[in-house]
Design a protein around this ligand. Structure first.
Ligand code: OAD
Length: 229
């Protein structure tokens, strides 16, 4: 197949690197409530709890290494440089595998000033009341898009999506908007759509095809097919 590929990845692609997904059995949202750790209100109410949650996830992500799925997508992008990878993941495993990605939900490795929006590299452990390197406000927070906030780079992502010939969603439950709406946008635009997931999801009916299997096997097999090997 020729043409431009836009790929959306979710927590499932990092599951075999040892990072937990959100909504599976034993997922992160079965142990923590979104309202306690992943909203601006939670940070205003109890910043120590929110920082502790993301410090733990940052430490876990720092130990993780890319799996065969991250590596295969980096190979695909190297062979077809117009391939766009958009991730909902806040880990750095795509980059560690050598890919260039658009982080729509932010990054664990970055800090954000809630007062002036300045960003910088986060320390492994962020403390409550840490000051902004630019404006000095004691309002440093993880650079993560929380529920109720607008994901990053939406205009750029939608431009890429509408310019695509194939849209592929990998390891995402398809339940969190706006990412969940990409497949519908693609369908309306007449773009071919493929889902790769451990199992069929609530969104499967919206895709032209669903490939089931663990990402570390299903993604390299799909990439091999795309590269005609
Ligand atoms: P979810 O936890 O909602 O979904 C993970 C998906 O990965 C499920 O559909 C699983 O079937 C699939 N999966 C699990 N293991 C897999 C494997 N080894 N190979 C392939 N697929 C596998 O995670 P996301 O869809 O990424 O946002 O969640 C979207 C957003 O919700 C996250 O970015 C996060 C969360 O709340 C924020 O925190 C803002």
């Amino acid at each position: 197949m020729d043409g431009k590929i836009v790929i959306l990845t979710g927590a499932g692609i990092s599951a075999e690197s040892g990072l937990g997904t959100f909504r599976d059995k034993d997922g992160i949202w079965t142990k923590h409530s979104i309202e306690d750790v992943a909203t601006p209100e939670a940070f205003a109410r109890d910043p120590a709890r929110v920082q502790a949650f993301y410090n733990a996830r940052r430490a876990q992500a720092a130990e993780a290494t890319p799996n065969a799925a991250h590596v295969a997508l980096a190979e695909l992008q190297a062979a077809r440089p117009d391939t766009v990878i958009v991730t909902q993941n806040v880990d750095g495993l795509h980059e560690a595998a050598g890919a260039k990605v658009i982080h729509m939900h932010g990054e664990l490795s970055r800090a954000l000033c809630a007062a002036c929006r300045h960003r910088w590299d986060a320390p492994l452990e962020m403390r409550v009341g840490e000051t902004c390197l630019l404006c000095g406000a004691p309002e440093a927070r993880p650079d993560i898009v929380w529920f109720g906030e607008m994901p990053y780079h939406m205009e750029e992502i939608l431009d890429h999506l509408l310019d695509a010939d194939l849209f592929v969603a990998i390891g995402t439950s398809g339940l969190v908007y706006p990412a969940a709406g990409f497949v519908e946008e693609a369908r309306i635009a007449g773009i071919d759509t493929v889902e790769i997931n451990l199992e069929a999801t609530e969104a499967s009916a919206l895709f032209d095809r669903t490939v089931t299997g663990p990402a570390s096997e299903a993604v390299p097999a799909w990439v091999k097919g795309m590269l005609g090997r």
